[in-house]
Design a protein around this ligand. Structure first.
Ligand code: NDP
Ligand code: DGY
Length: 328
């Protein structure tokens, strides 16, 4: 055990799974300071807590920008985010200061793909509406035209962003009898062969798909990608699913598309802002299913994410190779 003065200060912005905390404690090299709450750290506490830190463990809900980096000061060597998405990090500012970044790819791919399939089926087959009808007494009898939705069998699915999660979603959807799998992104991908995926331009994907699934990262190019023009090209019977980031969608345009019948339904695991205010217009629509950003939320996945986050952090502190370092 090193003396207290030799320990490296690590600020953790939230209560994280014990698996991660245990690794940080057992390493014996960290003076841990944890915002020990399930709620986000207030900005002032973040700026104060990070001061003088060598390492920072953060979540996707923490905006890590120049102000935070300046508050941390020159000791900061490593930022380890417990997420695969890194749109909350000001990468240019981080790079400028020579700080390394760890993130959590792969370990949450299965859980997120599984949740995306669940959301797609719940939205297309109107499960929340059905559950509500049962509870409210709206279920009077079996009716031939009641609560009908759309099935995957024989359908065309379009995946925007056939990355780790996009491919895992496609692999899970194909066995439902999907006829054609289209995808778009920055270029064609060899691994698309695994799902017989056809690379097409965005417009073609949007126009031809019965299910449009968004699984790309949030970048300046994808911000607001799904807007009025996008929804107007979709089939009237098509279902839109987003499990990437809320800002990929223009929510006012989505509301208009859903309420006017331009598209059939939408399922969202991510919104802007998060949480979505309970009086948000999207929440008044029966054909919009909204989940509270739970893509990776299985006990096992969150535990492994915390472990990986801790191991990335420790490697960053000691100058070793990180298990999963973001190339910046
Ligand atoms: P990857 O980096 O493997 O995949 C990202 C994909 O986005 C790539 O296929 C990339 O395409 C694509 N992309 C980038 N720019 C564009 C663009 N302009 N148009 C279309 N596609 C684009 O990441 P993951 O699959 O691991 O994760 C994807 C995202 O999912 C994360 O960034 C995160 O935001 C979100 N996520 C959400 C979760 C949830 O709880 N809902 C859980 C986990 C992740 P290309 O390959 O051509 O570069
Ligand atoms: C991520 O990791 O980016 C997700 O949004 C949460 O797991």
């Amino acid at each position: 055990m090193q003396g207290a003065q030799q320990l490296m200060k690590v600020f953790v912005t939230r209560r994280i799974p014990q698996e991660g905390v245990k690794i940080l404690k057992q390493a014996g090299m960290c003076n841990l300071s944890v915002w020990d709450s399930d709620e986000p750290v207030p900005r002032a506490e973040l700026l104060n807590g990070v001061s003088g830190a060598h390492g920072l463990v953060c979540l996707l809900s923490d905006r890590i920008d120049a102000e935070v980096l300046d508050a941390a000061g020159p000791n900061l060597k490593v930022i380890s985010t417990m997420s695969v998405g890194f749109d909350h990090l000001s990468i240019d500012e981080i790079k400028k200061r020579g700080i390394r970044v760890g993130y959590t790819p792969d370990v949450l791919t299965d859980a997120t793909a599984e949740l995306t399939v669940a959301l797609l089926l719940a939205t297309a087959r109107r499960l929340p509406e059905g559950v509500n009808e049962v509870k409210s007494g709206g279920w009077s009898t079996w009716k031939p035209l009641w609560l009908c939705g759309y099935g995957l069998s024989g359908s065309t699915v379009g995946v925007i962003g056939l990355g780790r999660i996009g491919l895992a979603i496609a692999k899970r959807l194909m066995p439902f009898g999907v006829k054609k799998l289209l995808y778009t992104g920055r270029g064609a991908k060899p691994e698309a062969k695994e799902v017989e995926g056809e690379f097409v331009p965005l417009d073609a994907l949007v126009a031809q798909s019965d299910f449009v699934v968004v699984s790309c990262s949030l970048t300046p190019d994808t911000q607001g990608l799904c807007d009025k023009a996008f929804f107007s090209k979709m089939k009237k019977t098509a279902v839109f699913i987003n499990t990437s980031r809320g800002a990929v969608v223009n929510q006012e345009d989505l509301y208009d598309a859903l309420s006017s019948g331009t598209i059939a339904a939408a399922g969202l695991d991510v919104t802007t802002p998060e949480p979505l205010p309970t009086d948000h217009p999207l929440l008044t629509l029966n054909n919009c299913v909204i989940l509270p950003h739970v893509g990776s939320a299985t006990y096992a996945t969150r535990g492994i994410m915390a472990e990986l986050t801790a191991n990335n952090l420790l490697a960053g502190l000691t100058g070793a190779a990180m298990p999963t370092e973001l190339k910046i």
